[in-house]
Design a protein around this ligand. Structure first.
Ligand SMILES: Cc1cc2nc3c(=O)[nH]c(=O)nc-3n(C[C@H](O)[C@H](O)[C@H](O)COP(=O)(O)OP(=O)(O)OC[C@H]3O[C@@H](n4cnc5c(N)ncnc54)[C@H](O)[C@@H]3O)c2cc1C
Length: 458
């Protein structure tokens, strides 16, 4: 082990090879419920070349490695396991270049997402990836998990923003694929191997991202609906009439909505009385007045058709923020005692309500003192479920029941957070044998010693 320390120190210098009490507890676990553990060492390379050298050392000694970005992951992927060395990308941070003509941004993988969003704004451009963990999560982690968030409806998941990247393979090989062009069909699109593979096939060291022009105006409305079919009608109508300007479509079931208002008493219910469903819609346009009128007219049509039973249009940014606070109240809910399961899953849109009803019935039949809450982006198939119980010991069984039901509905066991360690046992409920076999073939080809994020995903 001493030789290993010497080898790391020769590459990184003593201050960037940390062990024992030198390692901050922040590196012991991500935000998931996976059990925390200190890594054997924490290595902090500050360049791709150094990253390559330490990986090569680890590979030649069959030393398992856990890759760490901003540690905000919710699947346990960055949480160390026994005997692992943690490689943190935190020193590989910063914007390398912004090309305002091609609207691209090149950055090091450890850069926090918010830093990149702010850098793009200085050029009146946007990096259309946003999630509540923006201040801490890193772009490398976002790409490795193919992060989603609130802009997916308009711009797609992280995958669709990545034009190119650089990755270091387990044996230290640097694969520079920093393409800046939208069209490039010259052979296999190698970046796709690393996007969403959760650090199991290589460590992303840099990336080129596609930026977008900023919209001039954002319009927000909070709506009330009586049933799930109305949500589908409104979604389809808005997709047709609001087109690419429809940037947010967030549905909250009554149970979720009420619980958030209980937990955040400073937020009064903006509606006079309760409704079965709530919908937060966001529409962006370039002509401020025209887009406001167009948005209002579409809301009005949906009220006339009877699909929306009440509508509140934000008259100020404060109003809009208040509406979003209700949707984002999940942050506070997750800190409450009694949360035994927090799932992010995907389903065909038309099956989402059937699924939630069936799940409620199954949980009620099999467990006591259960409260299940639902909310989600819906338009991109994503449903979040949070289950509360007085009996923490029921958590694993409840999780398995949810996963098995997802399998029966043909859904995905994870929509955006990834498989990590927490969903690994359920992968076969969402992917077939041939798919999993091909995943193993890729893993074996790129990391034959199985040193990178061992025991995650597959
Ligand atoms: C409050 C909150 C809100 C969130 N909201 C969302 C949301 O809306 N949508 C969403 O998708 N996620 C969300 N997440 C989850 C999380 O923020 C994302 O998964 C994020 O992309 C993780 O980035 P990170 O840098 O923190 O990665 P980490 O947690 O450090 O790592 C995540 C995984 O990626 C691997 N990894 C990290 N960096 C690299 C790299 N450079 N190369 C290769 N592998 C790497 C790790 O080994 C691990 O497997 C949320 C989390 C929190 C705490």
């Amino acid at each position: 082990m001493d030789n290993l320390v010497d080898a790391f120190e020769r590459v990184l210098g003593r201050p960037n090879v940390l062990f024992g009490k030198e390692i901050s507890a922040r590196h012991f676990s991500d935000w998931s419920l996976a059990p925390a553990l200190a890594p054997d060492f924490l290595l902090r390379p500050n360049s791709t070349e150094k990253l390559s050298k330490i990986l090569s050392i680890c590979n030649s000694r069959n030393q398992p490695v856990v890759v760490q970005g901003g540690m905000t992951g919710l699947a346990g992927g960055a949480t160390p396991q026994s005997r692992e060395v943690a490689i943190s990308l935190e020193l590989m941070s910063g914007v390398q270049e912004i090309d305002p003509v091609g609207m691209t941004l090149s950055a090091f993988a450890g850069t926090p997402l918010q830093v990149l969003q702010e850098a793009a704004m200085q050029y009146n451009l946007v990096l259309p990836l946003d999630l509540a963990a923006r201040g801490s999560c890193s772009i490398g982690g976002n790409i490795a998990t193919n992060a989603g968030g609130t802009e997916v409806l308009r711009y797609g998941m992280a995958r669709s923003l990545v034009l190119g990247l650089e990755a270091v393979l387990a044996d230290g090989t640097i694969v520079n694929s920093m393409n800046k062009m939208v069209k490039n069909n010259s052979g296999y699109d190698l970046k796709q191997l690393f996007i969403g593979s959760e650090g199991t096939l290589g460590i992303i060291s840099r990336a080129v991202l596609q930026l977008q022009p900023q919209f001039q105006a954002t319009h927000t409305a909070l709506c009330a609906l009586n049933d799930y079919q109305s949500i589908i009608e409104v979604l389809n109508a808005f997709k047709r009439c609001l087109g690419g300007g429809l940037t947010g479509f967030e549905v909250m079931w009554a149970g979720y909505y009420r619980r958030v208002l209980e937990v955040l008493p400073s937020l009064d219910d903006p509606f006079g009385h309760q409704h079965p469903f709530y919908l937060l819609v966001e529409y962006k346009g370039n002509r401020v007045e025209e887009s406001a009128e167009w948005f209002a007219s579409q809301l009005y049509h949906q009220m006339e058709a009877g699909f929306l039973v009440d509508v509140l249009v934000a008259k100020s940014q404060q109003d809009a923020q208040k509406f979003w606070r209700i949707r984002d109240g999940i942050g506070e809910l997750l800190n409450l005692k009694g949360v035994v399961s927090n799932q992010d899953i995907s389903l065909p849109i038309h099956l989402i309500e059937d699924f939630s009803q069936k799940l409620l019935m199954e949980l009620d039949d099999n467990y006591e003192g259960i409260d299940a809450l639902f909310f989600g982006h819906i338009a991109d198939n994503n449903l979040h479920t949070v289950v509360f119980s007085d009996r923490a010991e029921d958590g694993r069984a409840i999780e398995r029941d949810i996963m098995e039901l997802i399998g029966k509905f043909g859904g995905a066991i994870t929509a955006e957070h990834g498989v990590g360690v927490l969903k690994k046992d359920y992968l076969s409920l969402s992917r077939n044998d041939a798919e999993i076999a091909l995943m193993r073939t890729l893993k074996q080809a790129l990391d034959p010693g199985n040193i990178l994020n061992r025991g995650r995903v597959i």
